[in-house]
Design a protein around this ligand. Sequence first.
Ligand code: HEM
Length: 502
Amino acid sequence: MVTVDFQNCFIFTLLCLFSLLCYSLFFKKPKDCFNLPPSPPSLPIIRHLHLILSALTHKSLQKLSTRYGPLLHIRIFSVPIILVSSASVAYEIFKSHDVNISSRGAAAIDESLLFGSYGIVNAPYGDYWKFMKKLIVTKLLRQQALDDSRGVRAEELHRFYGSILDKARKNETVEIAKEAMMLMNNILCRMVMGRCLSEVNGEAERVRGLVGESYGLTKKVFLAAILRRPLEKLRIPLFKTDIMDVSNRFNELLERLLVEHKEKLEEEHHSMDMMDVLLEAYGNESSEYKITRNQIKSFFVEFFVGGTDTSVQTTQWTMAEIINNPNVLERMREEIDYVVGKSRLIQETDITNLPYLQAVVKEGLRLHPPAPFVTRTFQERCEVKGFDIPEKTTLVVNAYAVMRDPYSWEDPNEFKPERFLGSSRSGEEEDEKEQALKYVPFGSGRRGCPGVNLAYIFVGTAIGVMVQCFDWRIKGDKVNMEETFRGMSLTMVHPLKCIPVP
Ligand code: HEM
């Protein structure tokens, strides 16, 4: 007689159903009637996931494109991604499809303050994004607003100089990223909140720590967002615990800061900072767009994460290149001495008169873009270079590869700031656009980085002070330029440590 174990049978049926679901979500080949861009060979099941997980994702993907072409179609499990690695393809996409790629796609975890649904980074191209972008551009980063906050940056730059000078007098080592982080963080806090976070009660250290942790998480955030749709069906929120842990700690800190800020505002009148502007839009019924408290908090989180570490990494990489190229340091110092003189510290209004300093920073960003991937989503089906791109496909532009593309850059791996001096352009508008689109450390188009001007001020003044006032001693002959891809940020394996000599 056959006996049926109903419990085992039930488990077996469940397993079958689960496997079928997994198969259809991850392993089944999509029915494509599309003429998709070429897809390089991949591993079974995970497809190209191993390339994304590699410690040097930007290089693995660059290598892939060198071998198989600048416009590729790769997959993480069954989720398709269009990978762009050359200046000419990036140019065509940014030029002809800017509106179509003006959203980034789903957030990893909606309720997270970090790259969730409340923030500007993942906001679809719509009313909320337009409202926030307008606030950022007009109230914080417009030339007039930047002029108004210049005093704050000058004070912090003096503090930065004082801190390095103090170490120089004691013959102590300076960790460039640490000093730069303190500078950028203080400036951004004072610009957006009208105050410095306290070093005494550990507030500033907590924000710096959370920014660092957030950066460490960005690769997880990227994967969780990419795999969100298929995993949602299985009710698996990828990396939710890690992401929400950081988000909750940001939430606790920012909630307290918002309450304190509101109380201060009621007690005393001061000039409007960004927090006042956002609190007004939150409390005011007749505001053009009624934002929520979580949207305000998300704004601060994304501003700190987007604005500080990127500028810090750029400062560190550029300084490392300068130390490795003493002739560059000499030429920069000559320029600064000529324009600024020796009796005062360089200030941000000098930068427009220092073309070589600007060229050095640009070249640092070209070779070492701190955010080497620009990620968007094709909202609608379209055609690129004769290939079909289906709607809702993720686009990843490898800015690292674009800015080292040998067809667009002479000696692409060499540090040559001179390439940004003068202009070899023909003056044709179309030609200029193409030139601009091969240089993409800040992305491009309407979703390009709104902080470009501020970033050039941050990095230009920090580098300017370090070159103007100090010589730099390192262990050994050359700085070790080994790269690593931490989170989604391109950083140095060995953080730059050197001794300043006044
Ligand atoms: C060297 C410094 C910086 C680099 C390399 C950098 C790079 C980038 C890149 C590559 C993007 C994506 C652009 C795209 O999709 O086309 C971006 C977006 C963004 N950045 Fe920056 N950034 C820097 C500094 C800043 C600063 C100082 C701020 C703020 C004050 C800032 C705020 C933002 C914001 C809010 C976005 C999202 C824009 C949107 O989705 O509309 N960034 N940045």
